[in-house]
Design a protein around this ligand. Structure first.
Ligand SMILES: [Zn+2]
Length: 705
C-alpha cells in the first residue's frame, strides 16, 4: 500500500523524506536538521504494554507526544488505569503493527485495522498549526503534518484517545494504580499477509507477502534470536549459536590443516593506527564506533572499536616477521566487530555488532598467497553447500566492490529466492603488498642481504554469522524454521502418539519407554536426538512446536507402532511420511534420511537459484528481469564509472532501500555481485551492457542486501 493511499485523508506537507534509519530520536533530529526543508517539531511514539493477566489479550497503549515532552510511564498508567506499563517488546509491537519493529512505529502506525486493539495517549501539546515530523511506520522515512491534521487523522481511525497535559503532570504517584478493567476480547481482523487459521504458537505472516515480518517471527518464535534494546544488536540464542559452533568446528579443522593458528587481538584500536592505511579506512570511516569517555571524564584521545582488524594486527606482524623463515605467518581470530551502520538493521544480515572469523596471513610470494585465497574461498563455499545446503557462486569482486585497500577480492554470492536479491556470503581477499608497505612488513631477501628487502604478500578472509540469516531466508517456510540436518541443534525429536483415554496403562508405559529407548539409541550413535514426553500437550501441538523450531525429522511412536516394532518418520522439509522398522538398520536408516534431506534441501535451493539466473545483453532487459526476482549475467567492461551508471540507470530515483512499495518500480538498482569463476563463453565482439565498449567478462548483477 502506498503512503498516499494509506493516509489519503491526511494532508502531508511536502515530500516524504527518505534517509538512513536513525537508532533513536537524537539521531533522527540530527538527520532531519541536515535535510529538512521546513521547520518542525519532532514527535516521539512509544508503545507500552500494561500488565495483563495471562487469560486476557494485552491492549497496548501508544503514547504520541512531542519529543520534548517528558512522558513518564506512571502518567501513562494513570491515563488509562493501566497497571505497571512497560515498553512493549518487539514481538508485541510486531503483532499489533503488522510486523514492524518498535523503532518504525509512528503516529501513522495507528490505523483503522488496529484501532480497536490499542489505545492512544496523546500529548496535549500536539495541537494547532505546528508542523510535526512523524514517521510513517518506517524509521527511514519522515513526513510532515500539521498537528491538528494529525489529531483528526487519529480520531478518524476510531482509536480510543486520552489527551494528557504532560507539562502539568505532577510527580508520579508511588502507590499502585487500580487494576485494569476487564478487556473485551478484541475482534480479529485480517491484516495483509496474515495466515488464516495459523496456530497461535506458529508463524502468522506469509513469507511471500510480508517477508520482513515473516523473517522476524521465524527468528523470534523459532528461538534463534531475540531483539535487544540497543538498535541493530541482537541476542543469538542457543538454537542459532549452536549452528555457529558447528561452523567453527568445521572451519577450524580445515584452516589448521594448512597451518593457520587461532589468536586474539584487542577490540580497541587507537586512531593513529586505525587511520594509517587511508584507502582502507575510508571504506569504514562512517561506521566506526568510538569510545570517548571513561565514566564521566573525556578520554584524552578517542579509541575506536575495530570494524575489522587489519590495522590492529599488522603492526605486530611487522614486529614478529624478521626473516623469510618467519613466513608464512597465518593467524585467525574468532571475534566480534562493530560497524555502526544507519541503514535499516536486519538480524544476522546487517547488525551493528556481529560475530565472525577473520584470518590474516603473510606470505613470501604472490603464488603462495593466491593459492591460499582460493583455498579459503573453497571452504567458504563448502560451509554454504555442505553444511547449510545453500548454493553460492564463487567469483571475483569488481573494482567497485572489492575490499578497500586490497589487491583483489574473491567472494561467494548467495541468492534469496523470496526477494530475488543477491547476498554476499563471505569474502577472501588478497591484499597484495599494500598493507605490508604501509606497515613495513618486510623480510631480508633469501638471495642475500645485499638484495633489497621483500615486502610480504598478505591475505585476509572472513565469514560472519550472516550465514545463518541466509540459511533461514532460503529454507524456512510458513510453518517456521527448516534446518539442514548437518547444522540442526536437534536433528530429530521422538514424540509419543496415538494415546487416548482408552489406551491401557500397559500400552501407555510401553510407548513412553519405547520413546525414551529410541532417543537413547539415536544419541548413542551420535545423532542429536531428543524426545517430547510432555503430557500437558497434544501430539498435534507438539508437531507444530517442533516444526516451528525446524527440527529436520520427527519420529512418531504409538501403541500400534509398538506392536509392529516400527516408527513413523515425517520430514520437516517436504512433509513426507515413511515407516521405518525398529530393526538392526534403524539408526543407519535415520542417518541416511538426514543425508537425503540435506541433499534435497540443497538441490531445491540450487534449482531456484539456477532458474533465476538470467543471461542478458542489454540494459533494457535489466529491470523487467530484476522484477521477476532474477539475478543477471551480463557482458561487462569492468569499469568503475560504468558500474555506477548501471546502478543509477536501473534504480528508480527518490526511493530508499527496503521500501519496495510497488513491485513494478522497486527502488534498488542493480549492482555487481561478482565476476563468476565459471564464465559462459564471451561472444566475439561482445559489448558491455552498460557503456557499449568491448566487454571483458560476464558479471553477475542483481539487487542485493
Ligand atoms: Zn561498461
Amino acid at each position: 500500500m502506498s503512503l498516499e493511499s494509506q493516509f489519503k485523508n491526511l494532508a502531508i506537507h511536502g515530500d516524504v523524506l527518505s534517509h538512513a534509519a536513525p537508532a533513536n530520536n537524537d539521531e533522527w533530529a540530527t538527520i532531519l536538521a541536515g535535510v529538512s526543508p521546513v521547520s518542525f517539531e519532532l514527535t516521539k511514539t512509544l508503545v507500552f504494554k500494561p500488565k495483563t493477566p495471562k487469560s486476557q489479550d494485552p491492549v497496548p497503549v501508544v503514547v504520541i507526544a512531542l519529543n520534548s515532552s517528558n512522558t513518564p510511564s506512571s502518567i501513562v498508567a494513570k491515563a488509562f488505569n493501566a497497571k505497571d506499563p512497560r515498553l512493549a517488546n518487539s514481538e508485541l509491537v510486531a503483532q499489533f503493527f503488522n510486523g514492524i519493529a518498535p523503532t518504525d512505529v509512528g503516529p501513522l502506525s495507528v490505523n483503522a485495522e488496529n484501532a480497536s486493539k490499542i489505545k492512544v495517549v496523546l500529548d496535549a501539546a500536539i495541537a494547532g498549526n505546528a508542523l510535526l515530523a512523524v514517521r510513517p511506520s518506517d524509521a527511514s522515512k519522515t513526513v510532515f503534518v500539521k498537528a491538528d491534521d494529525l489529531v483528526s487523522y487519529l480520531n478518524e481511525t476510531g482509536v480510543e484517545i486520552i489527551t494528557v497535559d504532560f507539562t502539568a503532570a505532577p510527580a508520579a504517584p508511588k502507590q499502585a494504580a487500580p487494576a485494569a478493567p476487564k478487556q473485551a476480547k478484541s475482534a480479529s481482523s485480517k491484516d495483509d499477509g496474515k495466515i488464516e487459521g495459523a496456530a497461535l504458537i506458529g508463524i502468522t505472516v506469509d513469507k511471500e507477502i510480508d517477508f520482513p515480518g515473516w523473517y522476524q517471527q521465524i527468528l523470534t518464535k523459532g528461538e534463534m534470536l531475540d531483539y535487544y534494546d540497543v538498535s541493530g544488536c541482537y541476542i543469538m540464542r542457543p538454537a542459532s549459536y549452536s549452528i555457529w559452533e558447528i561452523i567453527q568446528e568445521y572451519f577450524n579443522e580445515r584452516i589448521k590443516s594448512i597451518g593457520v593458528q587461532n589468536a586474539y587481538f584487542p577490540m580497541f584500536v587507537s586512531s593513529r593506527v586505525l587511520e594509517k592505511e587511508k584507502d582502507h579506512i575510508e571504506g569504514f570511516a562512517p561506521e566506526v564506533a568510538w569510545v570517548t569517555k571513561a565514566g564521566k571524564s573525556d578520554l584524552e584521545e578517542p579509541i575506536a572499536i575495530r570494524p575489522t582488524s587489519e590495522t590492529v594486527m599488522y603492526p605486530y606482524y611487522a614486529k614478529w616477521i624478521r626473516s623469510h623463515r618467519d613466513l608464512p605467518l597465518k593467524l585467525n581470530q574468532w571475534n566480534s566487530v562493530v560497524r555502526w551502520e544507519f541503514k535499516h538493521p536486519q538480524p544476522f544480515l546487517r547488525t551493528r555488532e556481529f560475530l565472525w572469523q577473520e584470518g590474516h596471513t603473510a606470505h613470501l610470494t604472490f603464488e603462495e598467497a593466491n593459492t591460499e585465497v582460493l583455498q579459503i574461498l573453497d571452504w567458504y563455499e563448502s560451509i554454504y553447500h555442505d553444511l547449510l545446503a545453500v548454493p553460492v557462486v564463487r567469483g571475483k569482486k569488481t573494482e567497485n566492490e572489492k575490499f578497500a585497500g586490497g589487491h583483489f577480492t574473491t567472494t561467494v554470492e548467495g541468492y534469496i529466492p523470496t526477494t530475488g536479491r543477491g547476498i554476499q556470503g563471505a569474502t577472501s581477499h588478497c591484499l597484495g603488498q599494500n598493507f605490508s608497505k604501509m606497515f613495513n612488513i618486510t623480510v631480508e631477501n633469501p638471495e642475500g642481504p645485499e638484495k633489497p628487502k621483500l615486502f610480504a604478500w598478505q591475505n585476509s578472509w572472513g565469514l560472519s554469522t550472516r550465514v545463518i540469516g541466509v540459511m533461514v531466508m532460503v529454507h524456512s517456510d510458513n510453518k517456521g524454521l527448516v534446518l539442514p540436518p548437518r547444522v540442526a541443534q536437534i536433528q530429530t525429536v521422538v514424540i509419543p502418539c496415538g494415546l487416548t483415554a482408552k489406551t491401557s496403562d500397559e500400552d501407555r508405559r510401553a510407548v513412553k519407554e519405547g520413546v525414551l529407548d529410541i532417543e537413547h539409541l539415536l544419541k548413542k550413535a551420535g545423532v542429536r536426538a531428543t524426545s517430547d514426553i510432555r503430557d500437558n500437550y497434544s501430539p498435534g501441538w507438539k508437531f507444530a512446536d517442533w516444526e516451528l523450531r525446524g527440527v529436520p525429522l520427527r519420529i512418531e511412536y504409538g501403541p500400534a507402532d509398538h506392536k509392529k516394532k516400527q516408527v513413523v518418520v515425517v520430514r520437516r522439509d517436504n512433509g513426507e511420511k515413511a515407516v521405518v522398522p525398529l530393526g538392526e538398520n534403524f539408526v543407519a536408516t535415520i542417518q541416511e534420511l538426514f543425508e537425503t534431506i540435506q541433499k534435497d534441501m540443497f538441490n531445491k535451493a540450487k534449482s531456484s537459484f539456477d532458474s533465476h539466473t538470467k543471461s542478458v545483453e542489454t540494459l533494457e532487459e535489466f529491470v523487467p528481469a530484476l522484477n521477476k526476482k532474477c539475478v543477471l549475467l551480463a557482458p561487462f567492461c569492468g569499469g568503475m564509472e560504468c558500474e555506477d551508471d548501471i546502478k543509477d540507470r536501473t534504480a528508480r530515483q527518490g526511493q530508499a532501500d527496503d521500501e519496495e512499495v510497488d513491485d513494478k518500480a522497486p527502488s534498488m538498482g542493480a549492482k555487481s555481485l561478482c565476476i563468476p569463476f565459471e564464465q559462459p563463453e564471451l561472444k566475439e565482439g561482445a559489448k558491455c551492457v552498460g557503456c557499449g565498449k568491448p566487454a571483458k567478462f560476464h558479471t553477475l548483477f542483481g539487487r542485493s542486501y
